[in-house]
Design a protein around this ligand. Sequence first.
Ligand SMILES: [Zn+2]
Length: 175
Amino acid sequence: MKAIRDGLVKRVLIVDLDAHHGDGHAEALRQCVEVKILDFYGADLFPVVVGPIWRGVPFERGSRGTEYLATLRRELPAALNTLSPDLVVYVAGVDGYERDPLTAGYFRLSREQILERDRFVFEQARSASIPIIMVLAGGYGPFAWELQYETVAWVLRRFNDEHPVPGDTPSPAPP
Ligand SMILES: [Zn+2]
């Protein structure tokens, strides 16, 4: 909000891939026309939002990870093209993981598919030269931090050469 108020960004896209519908930011940003929300969520997981979601994509219980990723490959580029955001805020919930105890069996994303999802979001934003912020979100098992760690570690390896951490040595480009 401050970045919008200060004129640093004009259009913000929130990409909410947490398994739950993002009722909090949808409600908080209800009046904020600069912010649009692309939200993937479980169709009957709490809560169901009737707020200002720009595009909500419901999934039925037992959805396949491959179906989820195929939908993301269609929806995210479409959102970036249509909205031309100058900032992406990525809500990177890992509760779509197949072993998540709270959403068990809902999305059935494997560990590899969670990382593939996150990489796709970053690469899409990067190829469109749009700055991206990732925030942590849901994930309810003892493994949640590992999934998030894998993504953060990949981001650091992938982009370190462009934005090196002071004192860090450049790493070879990942394949
Ligand atoms: Zn969640």
